[in-house]
Design a protein around this ligand. Structure first.
Ligand code: ATP
Ligand code: MG
Length: 342
């Protein structure tokens, strides 16, 4: 991989591939995600895979914890797909009741229900020739799943309250923080729809498994702040690196904002960071630097070492087990024991 790790070439200018992720950068308008950080091996291999898939019209399911960057990756895939000149339309399937979601997706006829004073087109129509991103797909009610499957299989949709179907040409990408296969087993998700959607599955790793991404992300978020704060003190940077980030990149973004608002000078110090960064089990008291490697428990050193090896092996457990000189089962047990199996 090259030295250039941050994707910052404006999409509109020249269409040059980022040397790091081999994807075209995002449109600047795309929710502050024109700069995609992928310094960790895990993220780089994910993006290289995404670049290959982007050129096809296949459906993709993006899995990953909340805030890990699923939508950013989805937008990158769209920006690199033959459909990039057309719309990328995103909707959160968990954010509204079933009936509303149905009319959002498929549109409705005038008078279809109380309050429908005019006809309205749905997101499938808006996304025609482009991409429809269905976030939190596991939360979609079963009744709607059947309608979605029909739309995907036949390319035909029908507005609520209308009898005539019409054709649309939409590529669908989905995201979930849940295990869809498990949802199928528990009959919460239709198996036929699952297989229709998951032609490719991409897993966005949690931030705690991408240690190398933390500071480059923090620097980018800091640059986006309107305040004159320019850098992190070494102690603050150490806290950022050692925190487990349960809310992933979004939590890091908010922590940087918090720090930039509270810091009155040019530097963000530990005291300016959100207090959760000190409330973790084993975390240091406020203002204290994490202890050096030579002063931590064996368990903490083991956890750190496993994380670093996993990182250097791009998240491949078999390779990591070889480097560590243990069997795959032992590594799996240790990942679980240290809470690194998320
Ligand atoms: N690799 C990255 N480089 C730059 N910014 C990122 C990266 N990953 C995530 N972000 C930023 O972090 C925030 C959260 O990312 P995003 O919305 O893609 O996460 P998500 O996995 O879709 O979250 P949720 O599960 O809550 O829907 C966004 O503001 C996004 O721009
Ligand atoms: Mg999202």
């Amino acid at each position: 991989m090259s030295e250039q790790q941050v994707c910052s070439t404006p999409f509109e200018q020249g269409g040059k591939l980022c040397r790091s992720c081999r994807l075209l950068p995002e449109k600047a308008a795309g929710r502050n995600c024109s700069r995609l950080v992928a310094r960790s091996k895990a993220m780089q291999s994910l993006l290289v895979r995404a670049a290959t898939i982007a050129g096809t019209d296949a459906s993709i399911v993006l899995r990953g914890e909340s805030g890990s960057g699923k939508e950013v990756v989805a937008r990158s895939i769209h920006a690199n797909s033959p459909r990039r000149a057309n719309a990328f339309v995103a909707i959160n399937c968990a954010a509204m009741p079933s009936e509303l979601l149905e009319s959002e997706l498929f549109g409705h006829a005038r008078g279809a229900f109380t309050g429908a004073t005019t006809a309205r087109k749905g997101l499938f129509e808006t996304a025609d020739k482009g991409m429809l991103f269905l976030d939190e797909i596991a939360e979609m009610p079963l009744s709607l799943q059947a309608k979605l499957l029909r739309a995907l299989q036949d390319g035909e949709i029908r507005r609520v309250g209308e009898s005539n179907p019409f054709t649309v040409d939409v590529r669908v990408m989905c995201a979930t923080h849940q295990n869809l296969q498990l949802a199928v087993q528990h009959k919460r998700f239709r198996e036929d729809l699952y297989f229709r959607l998951k032609v490719f599955t991409l897993v966005v790793p949690p931030l705690r498994e991408r240690l190398e991404d933390i500071m480059p992300l923090a620097e980018i978020f800091l640059q986006q702040e309107p305040h004159r704060t320019q850098r992190f003190t070494p102690k603050a940077a150490a806290r950022l690196r050692h925190y487990r980030w349960p809310g992933n990149v979004r939590e890091l973004q908010n922590a940087v904002k918090h720090g930039a608002v509270l810091s009155l000078g040019e530097e963000i110090d530990v005291a300016h960071l959100p207090e959760e960064l000190f409330a973790e089990p084993g975390a240091q008291p406020e203002g204290a630097e994490p202890p050096p490697r030579g002063r931590i428990t064996l368990a903490a050193a083991e956890r750190l070492h496993i994380l670093e090896v996993m990182e250097s092996c791009g998240g491949h457990q078999t390779q990591a087990a070889q480097v560590l000189g243990v069997g795959r089962t032992t590594l799996w047990r240790k990942l679980k024991q240290h809470g690194l199996d998320g």
